[in-house]
Design a protein around this ligand. Structure first.
Ligand code: HEC
Length: 134
């Protein structure tokens, strides 16, 4: 009698273990698919990694895989505050969306994002850029 209960208990705990393992596998796969395997990414960071990092690099320093095939330098997005003396939120939103088209030199190589991203997403991106200033 006792051993049957023990057997049952073993089966139940093994089942629980298998389920827990299966559960954690799913969790690992999902977070890996989101990019960095980090559990918590802000909206802005997610957008950045999916839309911007190919040129600007995962860390914003301008070393993305596409950067070397462009004519213009993509710049270092972590130095905006240092270079400008402030973090110019309005101008950055304009630069990203494409409404702020002051051309210092040459033609714009960066895609215009206003057709792809919502205002809210652009806000999130600028917030994220603010968080990576050095
Ligand atoms: C196809 C490559 C490419 C992608 C993708 C890209 N950029 Fe750019 N970005 C550039 C280039 C090149 C420049 C330099 C200006 C120019 O030539 O248009 C630039 C300039 C900028 C600037 C101005 C930098 C400064 O010093 O003022 C910001 C801000 C910026 N990008 C943000 C973004 C964000 C945010 C995304 C994602 C939504 C993004 N970029 C996606 C190529 C890219």
């Amino acid at each position: 009698m006792k051993s049957r209960v023990a057997k049952l208990a073993t089966i139940i705990s093994l089942t629980a273990l298998v389920l827990a393992l299966a559960g954690s596998n799913v969790a690992i796969t999902t977070s890996a698919a989101q990019g960095k395997g980090k559990a918590k990414q802000s909206q802005g960071q997610k957008l950045y990694l999916s839309h911007c990092a190919s040129c600007h690099g995962d860390d914003g320093k301008g070393n993305g895989p596409v950067a070397s095939s462009l004519k213009s330098s993509v710049g270092d997005l972590t130095q905006i505050k240092k270079v400008e003396g402030k973090f110019p939120v309005k101008e950055l939103k304009g630069t990203i969306s494409g409404t702020y088209l002051v051309q210092v030199h040459g033609k714009r190589e960066m895609p215009v994002w206003s057709n792809v991203l919502t205002n809210k997403q652009i806000d999130d991106l600028v917030k994220y850029l603010g968080s990576i200033q050095k």
